[in-house]
Design a protein around this ligand. Structure first.
Ligand code: NDP
Length: 424
């Protein structure tokens, strides 16, 4: 019924592609295209014979729009699922515009070179105007709205877990449980243990940049920025237990603040163990998280990319990771004149994921929603001209699909709420 071009063949892509192959009634044909074609061929070899989906592979460097356009023109997909890196968002969106096909991704645009003066000028202006200093924001991709409308194609932004499922949970809570939502606390807990002293669960460069940055939250119509890990909390997660968590800046806060009418406060918390935080601080202090190239033995290297080469490949953590993730949102607000609090969450077991698709739960909880978002677009359930975040569509078919495709969710109507304290 549909042809999907998947760009990227890392941890998240492998799960999304596995899931597309389980859903071969919708995804009759897929092309796996990435910078390293051997990875695409190896995944194809693993899946062929176990699925009705016809699989092709291709090499593409998505930093170059013309290469993506040429591939789209030769493969003729209905949509492009971008599960490469946030650095490629704009070049792939440009290619979709030029070739007239729908676009889907899981993370908003981030510049690979944060020292680039042209990018920096726009970034610094935004920091001043909006009041948060994260390197990523939605303005770059929201700027494509009119062009996507004119081209009569859809861009669906941020269909991973967070952003993605957490944003759909928000739309679902508003549709079915509240007249007004006043606060949203997004809680991302990884209770898994991979046995390494230090490793990241998804792309180390993206992960470490996110975690070492200032925190921020949305309150009463503006951003409040905190130092990294300044606000701490502890929460007793269903099926995982008590964990320390810290307030981070996260991209869905920006879109939910626009799309959930009347919301007064949105915060995002992620759990970290002490060992992870100590390693990260040390690496940061010695300059290993820097994205600025340095000269080393006559060669130019980017410290964080060198660090990535040293760390375990996130895709290799699957067999060794045990435990569960719990990701969800606590909403407070009003229904029929009464105050109300609910918690919608999903629990995912690392080893169960590994058994099913040979991946740990972090890639699983992102790859499944990536497939579901693509399904919403190619089946026409979420299709209109323009650029949209997931919470702008009807959440019901997506919520149903989460239950069907491996991420069942729970609504708890009497949850513990979050108490925060400041760290010295
Ligand atoms: P990986 O690093 O495992 O995989 C990235 C893939 O993209 C690799 O196959 C890589 O190829 C490919 N790639 C990189 N640059 C290019 C390029 N220029 N052209 C073509 N392919 C390229 O990352 P993950 O799978 O962990 O993450 C994928 C995406 O998912 C990221 O955008 C990440 O931010 C997002 N994400 C979203 C989450 C959410 O909940 N919303 C959570 C986790 C991740 P090569 O093998 O050659 O390096």
């Amino acid at each position: 019924m549909s042809r999907l071009l998947v760009i990227g063949c890392g941890g998240v892509a492998a799960v999304a592609i596995n899931k597309c192959c389980q859903n071969s009634e919708v995804f009759t044909d897929i092309c796996i295209a990435s910078r390293t074609k051997e990875k695409c061929d190896a995944l194809k070899a693993k899946l062929e014979g176990k699925t009705k989906t016809r699989i092709e592979t291709a090499r593409v460097d998505a930093d170059h729009t013309e290469e993506v356009i040429a591939l789209i023109k030769s493969y003729q997909p209905d949509a492009v699922l971008n599960v490469a890196l946030p650095y490629q968002d704009l070049t792939i969106m440009d290619a979709c515009l030029a070739a007239g096909v729908d676009y889907i991704d899981t993370a908003n645009y981030e510049s690979e070179d944060t020292e680039d003066p042209q990018w920096r000028a726009i970034y610094e202006k935004r920091c001043e105007e909006l009041g948060f200093t994260a390197y990523f924001d939605y303005s770059w991709q929201w700027n494509y709205r009119e062009r996507f409308e004119k081209a009569n194609i859809t861009a669906l932004l941020g269909t991973g877990f967070d952003p993605g499922v957490t944003s759909v949970f928000s739309a679902y809570a508003l549709k079915h449980y509240f007249d007004e939502i006043h606060t949203i606390d997004i809680l991302d807990c990884n209770g898994g243990d991979h046995g390494y002293p230090f490793a990241t669960n998804f792309n180390p460069e993206i992960n470490l940049r996110e975690v070492s940055a200032n925190g921020s939250y949305w309150e009463d119509g503006h951003w409040i920025e905190t130092k990294p890990m300044e606000l701490k909390s502890r929460y007793n997660f269903p099926e995982v237990g008590e964990k320390d968590m810290y307030l981070l800046h996260h991209e869905e806060i920006e879109s939910l603040a626009k799309n959930i009418p009347g919301v007064k406060r949105i915060r995002f918390f992620m759990t970290f163990g002490q060992s992870y935080l100590t390693h990260m601080k040390c690496l940061e202090n010695v300059g290993m998280l820097s994205t600025a190239p340095i000269e080393f033995n006559g060669q130019s290297i980017v410290p964080i990319q060198f660090l990535k080469a040293l760390l375990p490949d996130p895709a290799s953590l699957g067999p060794r990771t045990v435990g569960k993730t719990n990701i969800g949102c606590i909403f407070t607000g009003i229904k029929d004149g009464k105050e109300k609090t609910i918690y919608i969450y999903n629990v995912c077991d690392h080893q169960e994921c590994y058994k099913e698709v040979e991946s740990q739960a972090i890639s699983y909880t992102t790859g499944v929603p990536a497939m579901i978002g693509a399904m919403m677009v190619v089946t026409g359930q979420w299709k209109k001209p323009g650029v949209f975040n997931v919470e702008e569509f009807d959440p019901d078919p997506y919520m149903e699909a989460l239950n069907k495709w491996g991420l069942p969710w729970v609504v708890c109507e009497d949850p513990e709420t979050v108490t925060v304290w400041r760290q010295e």
